[in-house]
Design a protein around this ligand. Structure first.
Ligand code: CO
Length: 461
């Protein structure tokens, strides 16, 4: 067997999938040096929801978190997840912001940027990939995997070739819902291996229980890197366990060497974290289990639990089955978008509205409206013309790239922030999450004020 390397996801995807990205820096800081000597291909530790969570819930500067991880892990490639033109948010940003964000991510320590677009529209990846390459980092082009009549192996192969041409150094199969089956993984990896020269990465989730088998078949078909999470935070809606797949692949002849003593130490450390998160209620034991519903409804586990939460909040949990039947219909009307952020939220909310209102598309979110206008990119398939007309009337959808219509935003944000911004990174945090960033800057100032006050009094005594 070829060498199959490992990307450890515990600080980003496992953290995001199991405990809503609530792990604070000081909670995982003690294990960083050990993570650095484990021998991973890369450590996924930033991007995705971590940025939002740092500012919104943890009173942390996400950039400072990245710099601290960089200092503690000088020997391991640091990896982040970027939502293409959406960066780490939920809507498109102008190109000046995308370029500055990518540049600063790399300057602060990122080596590998995995870039995806929820619609697999490469126009939404081009600027981020270009800027990544300009700054000497590795761009990993992601294919959002989904199942639909129009998402065929050929369509994925064409996308992968395009990503390789753009300069992506690896291609990642991104199966956010955990619905990629072992047989399909074997066919897909085989086809991609024949079509592109760059290494292939497999990213999947254990949600439906397929992940270990899928990883194994992908490895047999020649995949080069797999995403895994250290055992205590593996399984369920997270990735398969690092140690387990390491053991299995090594036995099959993959000449990969991880430091087993380090893995042990990391596992012991996160066993404690898991216990604490269970005790605090942040980790719901349900998400650690296997849920095969996603195979029936083909919705990601996170989306399913969101639907359940929203319906229970409104006392309408009895409508869950109707909403789950409506979801694929909405998805078909919208041209089969992959159910990944932000499309999963949009499709789920629309299906819920359609059922609860008793009339389809009576209420439509501004996001779905924007999607129909082409503001998120090309829909993968044809949009239901009747639905489009009901919502947009005679308004013609955009055919060009939405970001081309957005005015530059960096200067304006800089001016708005004034003294509150202490760096270019602050300006970017503000553009990404204005209210949360401002609240954080105020908190930071106050904290410093308190320290100063304390020291002043101490000097007096
Ligand atoms: Co994921």
């Amino acid at each position: 067997m070829q060498k199959v390397q490992f990307t450890e996801t515990v600080l980003r995807d496992a953290n995001q999938s199991l405990i809503a990205t609530r792990l604070r820096f000081d909670e995982f800081e003690p294990i960083l040096k050990t993570l650095d000597r484990a021998g991973y291909y890369s450590l996924e530790c930033w991007g995705g929801a971590t940025f939002d969570s740092c500012l919104r819930y943890l009173n942390e500067d996400p950039w400072e978190r990245l710099r601290q991880i960089r200092r503690a892990c000088p020997n391991t490639k640091l990896q982040m997840l970027l939502r293409g033109q959406n960066l780490l948010g939920y809507h498109h940003y102008p190109d000046d912001v995308v370029r500055a964000f990518v540049k600063k991510s790399i300057e602060n320590g990122i080596d590998v940027i995995r870039i995806f677009d929820a619609l697999n529209d490469v126009r939404n990846l081009e600027v981020a990939v270009d800027e990544t390459l300009k700054n000497g980092a590795l761009a990993s082009g992601a294919i959002c995997y989904t199942i639909s009549p129009i998402h065929t192996i050929d369509s994925y192969v064409a996308l992968a070739k395009r990503l390789e041409e753009m300069g992506c150094g690896t291609i990642a199969i991104k199966d956010m819902a955990g619905i990629l089956s072992p047989a399909e993984a074997y066919r897909l990896v085989t086809a991609l291996k024949e079509a592109v020269k760059v290494p292939l990465v497999l990213h999947t989730h254990c949600t439906t229980g397929l992940a270990y088998m899928t990883a194994l078949k992908a490895a047999e078909a020649g995949v080069d890197v797999i995403d895994t999470a250290i055992s205590p935070l593996s399984g369920g809606t997270s990735q398969p366990a690092t140690e387990t797949l390491y053991y299995a692949l090594k036995e099959l002849g993959s000449p990969v060497e991880l430091d087993s003593a380090a893995l042990n130490e990391i596992a012991d450390f996160f066993k404690n974290v898991r216990r604490q998160e269970l005790e605090s209620g942040q980790l719901n034991p349900n998400v650690m289990g296997t849920d095969t519903k996603a195979l029936i409804y083909q919705v990601p586990g996170g989306m399913l639990s969101n639907l359940v939460a929203q319906l229970s909040a409104q006392g309408k949990l009895d409508k869950l089955d109707d909403v789950l039947l409506e979801t694929p219909k909405v998805r078909e009307d919208l041209g089969y978008p992959p159910l990944v952020t932000p499309m999963s939220q949009m499709v789920g909310a629309q299906a819920t509205a359609n059922v609860l209102e008793g009339e389809r598309y009576k209420t439509v979110s501004k996001e779905v409206r924007a999607y129909l206008k082409g503001e998120y990119g090309h829909a993968p398939g044809a949009i239901n013309e009747e639905v489009r007309r009901k919502i947009l009337g005679d308004e013609q959808p955009l055919t060009g790239r939405f970001a081309d219509t957005l005015p530059p935003a960096l200067e304006k944000a800089r001016a708005e922030l004034g003294d509150l911004a202490e760096s270019e990174e602050d300006v970017l945090s503000y553009i990404a999450f204005p209210r949360q960033a401002e609240a954080y800057f105020e908190h930071r100032k106050e904290k410093r004020g308190r320290t100063y006050h304390y020291e002043f009094r101490a000097a007096e005594e």
